[in-house]
Design a protein around this ligand. Structure first.
Ligand SMILES: [Zn+2]
Length: 144
């Protein structure tokens, strides 16, 4: 049993949920209703014109994650957090402390600090959440 990781090697709950949903669909012989992928490659839940989820409730993967998977996920998350607190000297650490968002996620968008100093980073979710001391410039596109 392995836990899917995101591009920052962080255990990826969304991917785990999706995997469980797909597994359940395979089990009952249904076709999984796929997420919608936008032009930037981001996934969104499939919605109809009224905004209702097109994926049937029973295909939602969260409920189908097995206890062993939760246990493994918790272990992987604890290991990831521990590794982030104590980076191995010389190891390539994807999430440089100075490039972290306020929520602790790796920063994707960066703005200079007024008057110089460390840059300020924000993740995708907090991309509009900038302090007064951030330079008010257009956001840089995320690196791909
Ligand atoms: Zn954030």
């Amino acid at each position: 049993m392995s836990i899917p990781l995101d591009e920052h090697s962080q255990p990826d709950l969304q991917a785990l949920v999706e995997r469980a949903g797909r597994r359940y669909c395979a089990l009952i012989g249904e076709v999984y209703v796929e997420d919608v992928v936008d032009e930037k490659g981001n996934k969104h839940p499939p919605l109809d014109e009224k905004g209702n989820l097109k994926r049937p409730r029973h295909q939602g993967g969260y409920q189908h994650i097995m206890p062993e998977e939760w246990a493994e996920y918790d272990r992987a998350m604890a290991a990831w957090q521990e590794a982030r607190r104590h980076p191995v000297q010389g190891a390539v650490v994807a999430d440089d402390r100075e490039a972290l968002c306020i929520c602790g996620s790796p920063g994707v968008y960066c703005r200079p600090r007024k008057g110089g100093g460390r840059s300020i980073w924000r993740c995708e979710e907090h991309r509009n959440n900038w302090p007064d001391y951030a330079e008010d410039i257009p956001l840089r596109e995320p690196a791909r």
